[in-house]
Design a protein around this ligand. Structure first.
Ligand SMILES: NC(=O)c1ccc[n+]([C@@H]2O[C@H](COP(=O)([O-])OP(=O)(O)OC[C@H]3O[C@@H](n4cnc5c(N)ncnc54)[C@H](OP(=O)(O)O)[C@@H]3O)[C@@H](O)[C@H]2O)c1
Length: 282
């Protein structure tokens, strides 16, 4: 049985399925198969990026699934290497992604990281132009702090609908989340299982045992309990694929949600971030 699906509508009317399939480190035939299985199983949202080197395989997985392009939400991201945030290079990079993915459009195109070598006054209008030309339905950013977003919004004449950032029970992101909510920008949680760290946490394990579900499902259900958030867990394992999707059916009590909410700390980042990371908000 498929989990009950639900989407979040953002500013700019992006209609985003709340549970997506992450694909970082999914490669080769495994990537093709997991994307295909995921779509056939009922995933309606796939997350990839140029930097993952798997857009071609994601495209093959989509083809293998037989699921029509308009039945799911597809995101890719442009990485700021080789000065790709210069307008002309950004345009060329987006076209390359579409070729690799073998699609006419993506639903969401993200700037993967901020890049202070190219001013946002140049990059953001070019990103908006890609939306107007129909290469992407919506635009967004990733790993942007509040200051970056305020700056980006100055130059955007279409809504920035998403900021994709590290988010799981161990990291606060409270200030960022409040800011995003106030600006109707969705927080898209990457590394929503803290790359596996949620599996060993006693509070999460106890709640999982009580409901007879997995710690992964507890973490995902907790993230999705706030209707301003989307989660994109990565898996290449078919059993995990179904279990993660089923997290949409899980309801945790207010007391359980509060207990998990207390696990976060200011130094709760689990992912090693590069030197060009912005100064993170708490
Ligand atoms: N914008 C960015 O800068 C950025 C950065 C990082 C990630 N992302 C995106 O976010 C996605 C998810 O983040 P992530 O890959 O860093 O970490 P994650 O989703 O928190 O964790 C993935 C790990 O958990 C395992 N796993 C998944 N489901 C499981 C389950 N039900 N039971 C046991 N193990 C499970 C996976 O192994 P198996 O494959 O064996 O299941 C994998 O080792 C990425 O794939 C990518 O699409 C974006």
């Amino acid at each position: 049985m498929h989990a009950k699906k639900y989407n979040i509508r953002t500013a700019g009317q992006a209609n985003i399925p709340v549970l997506g399939l992450g694909t970082w480190q999914s490669t080769g035939q495994d990537c093709i198969d997991v994307v295909s299985q995921g779509l056939k199983m009922g995933y309606e949202h796939i997350d990839t990026a140029q930097a993952y080197g798997n857009e071609f395989e994601v495209g093959q997985g989509i083809k293998q699934s037989g699921v029509a392009r308009d039945k799911f939400f597809l995101t890719t991201k442009i990485f700021p290497d080789d000065m790709k945030f210069e307008p002309e290079k950004l345009m060329a990079a987006a076209k390359r992604s579409l070729e690799n993915l073998d699609t006419d459009y993506v639903d969401l195109l993200l700037l993967h990281w901020p890049d202070d070598r190219v001013p946002l006054s140049e990059t953001i209008p070019a990103l908006c132009e890609l939306q107007k030309q129909g290469l992407t339905r919506h635009i967004g950013v990733s790993n942007f702090n509040i200051a970056n977003i305020i700056e980006a919004k100055k130059y955007a004449d279409v809504p920035i609908v998403v900021n994709q950032v590290e988010f799981h029970p161990f990291i606060k992101q409270k200030t960022l989340q409040t800011f995003l909510n106030n600006h109707h920008i969705l927080l898209e949680a990457y590394s929503p299982l803290a790359r596996g760290d949620v599996f060993d946490n006693e509070v999460i394990k106890e709640i999982a045992d009580k409901h007879n579900i997995t710690p992964a499902q507890v973490s995902l259900a907790w993230i999705l309990s706030d209707k301003h958030r989307v989660a994109i867990p990565k898996t290449s394992n078919p059993d995990h694929l179904q279990g993660n999707l089923d997290a949409m059916k899980v309801h945790l009590s207010a007391e359980e949600l509060e207990k998990i909410g207390k696990l976060a700390s200011s130094d709760g980042r689990k992912i090693e971030h590069p030197d060009y990371s912005p100064e993170w908000d708490d």
